[in-house]
Design a protein around this ligand. Sequence first.
Ligand code: RTP
Ligand code: MG
Length: 138
Amino acid sequence: MSTERTLVLVKPDGVARGLTGTILSRIEAKGYSIADLKQVYATRDLLEQHYAEHAGKPFFEPLVEFMLSGPIVAAVFEGQRVIEGFRSLAGATEPTTAAPGTIRGDLGRDWGVKVQQNLVHGSDSTESAEREIGVWFA
Ligand code: RTP
Ligand code: MG
């Protein structure tokens, strides 16, 4: 099987809470490698490309506002089945009920705000991974 790549974002809540190192370290500790890494301030244009599948949903605008609220750390991780492996490590979308042992389950909670602030993003397929890596590492 060929080595796979995925796009991981440490979202503004993760960076602001000083969890970037912890999160990247947990991914490395599982055995995946960093292929590229940078801190960025997203733009609305970039986020509209990244979240194109969510355009028009009720949480889209609060999501974009949240993602514009501070710096993001964007990383490309690689390894066998890293897309599935990272999503498993990240846990379910909602941190309150994400399983303990996952990044969202261990490090996240409900903050009573309009959109789920859930620390990380991970691509959900090989097609979206290659598309998203192109968006963030153009
Ligand atoms: P991600 O794309 O960030 O890895 O997360 P995901 O697949 O688990 O979640 P997805 O359904 O793709 O939604 C993208 C992001 O939008 C925010 N969201 N908030 N109802 C809500 O408050 C809500 N629903 C989605 C989350 O930040 C989610 O990660
Ligand atoms: Mg998603």
